[in-house]
Design a protein around this ligand. Structure first.
Ligand code: GLU
Length: 443
């Protein structure tokens, strides 16, 4: 018997091995079922892990190691055939309640089942570059899309993100999410940065632009693709809508609104070629099982949401937001994500991507939005909502900062405060738990 410290394997798993969450769940279920039957002559306290895995084999012990306290392998019992991997093993101190450690995926074929440690090491080697958590760098960030001026809701979120980062010794980064080259502009970017600076919100290092990082996103998509987690989708938006409407009966009822119904999930090579021949280019989607993912949010507490086969790259080749945001936050060492709570419902998808890319999700704090008088999220039509609009009405940046601080309970009416004072007063509990009407800020 060969004892393997989980922590050791877990590092390996993180560095670029193993599996998706649903597969993991199936493993555990299957292992328990097999255990009941006392499989392959193992002692009854043991688990045998058996899983067919299309396109490659997966070292079951690596998966078990990601979920359990300690795993003891019996290399002599390891057997391998073309379709299945069968490992006999014994899991000491099983602790299946514990959330799975993050794991990335890469099917591997075991060359030599008699040497499971060497086999485990075969699952290494696709280390994700720039894993901040491992090198200690930690940061918070503000990541606007430069598609217009920041409004009071954006500015308040930026203030909260700045306060939370600076008060916790994190760096504060600004990233321009300008994936959409049509709606984004350098002019908007400059104005947004000038507005942050006018409020006294400074940032560390260069502002990163997503438009400079397409190669990186594509490389990460390729990694997921090599692991069999990506498929080509030729559907147009209209087709997806029609499909969702016609299948309105329940099968996808647990999925988020508008979730992709999976039309292209299982196209054959010929069917894909037919669509290409007809002049269609595919978007790339993540292959999920509609699993539920729990997210811990400082404001919302535990939020559980189902994931769908989210788009990773659009048909025109532009990487998609959910992929880019996760790739960047990992690469930039972001350990604290503060943003508007309209993105809370997308967070389970992002957490799944963290797992698949082998990284720990950050701390999340989703800030309730500022709403216009009509109860809708703030927009230009609601009147004076940007620093420039308010300046035209005689507001100084200090006045605006004061109004934002008041809405967080960090300043008294009429009090002029700088960001330094706010930093001394900062407490995450000051973030309102419900949306703030615009009138409460400007009234
Ligand atoms: N770029 C997104 C927005 O402006 C924010 C993304 C994020 O903070 O994760 O809404």
């Amino acid at each position: 018997m060969l004892g393997v410290e989980t922590s050791q394997l877990r590092r390996h798993v993180r560095a670029g091995a193993a599996l998706t969450a649903p597969l993991l769940d199936r493993f555990v279920e299957r292992a328990q079922r097999l255990d009941d039957r006392g499989p392959v002559g193992l002692p009854s306290a043991s688990f045998a892990l058996v899983e067919p895995f299309a396109g490659g084999a997966v070292p079951a012990f690596a998966v078990a190691a990601a979920t359990c306290g300690q795993l003891v392998l019996d290399p002599a019992r390891a057997a391998l055939d073309a379709r299945h991997q069968v490992f006999g093993g014994r899991i000491d101190q099983p602790d299946l309640e514990r959330p799975a450690a993050p794991y990335a995926l890469r099917p591997v074929t075991l060359e030599d089942a008699r040497h499971p440690i060497a086999a485990a090491e075969l699952t290494l080697g696709v280390a994700t570059a720039g894993h901040s958590h491992q090198n200690g760098a930690v940061a918070g960030r503000f990541a606007p899309s430069p598609t217009g001026d920041l409004h009071l809701g954006n500015l308040r979120t930026a203030l909260v993100a700045w306060l939370a980062a600076r008060s916790s010794g994190r760096q504060f980064l600004v990233r321009m999410e300008d994936l959409d080259r049509v709606t984004s502009s350098i002019d908007h970017e400059r104005r947004q940065l000038a507005d942050l600076a006018a409020l006294g919100l400074d940032w560390d290092g260069e502002v990163v632009r997503q438009s400079d990082r397409f190669d990186r996103y594509r490389a990460e998509i390729d990694r997921l693709r090599a692991a069999g987690c990506v498929y080509e989708c030729f559907c147009t938006r209209r087709e997806i809508r029609a499909e969702i409407e016609s299948a309105a009966s329940a099968p996808h009822a647990h999925l988020p609104d508008g979730a992709y119904p999976g039309t292209c999930r299982d196209l054959s090579a010929d069917e894909r070629q037919e669509r290409r021949d007809a002049g269609r280019s595919p978007a790339l989607r993540l292959r999920t099982d509609g699993e539920s993912i729990a997210v811990h949010d400082v404001m919302a507490g535990e939020f559980v949401g189902a994931v769908d086969d989210v788009v990773l790259a659009r048909a025109d080749g532009v990487p998609a937001y959910n992929l880019a945001v996760v790739v960047d936050d990992i690469a930039q060492g972001v350990t604290q994500v503060i943003r508007g709570d309209d993105l809370l419902s997308s967070t389970p998808r992002q957490v799944l991507l963290y797992r698949l890319l082998g990284a720990d999700p950050p701390e999340y704090l989703h800030v309730p939005l500022v709403l216009g008088a009509d109860g809708r999220r703030l927009a230009k039509r609601h009147g004076a909502v940007t620093l420039a609009d308010l300046a035209a009405e005689g507001w100084s940046p200090e006045d605006v900062l004061g109004a934002l601080a008041r809405s967080l309970g960090l300043a008294a009416p009429g009090e002029t405060v700088g960001v330094g004072v706010l930093l001394d007063r900062w407490d995450p509990a000051c973030v309102p738990s419900t949306p703030t009407p615009l009138a409460a800020l400007t009234g």
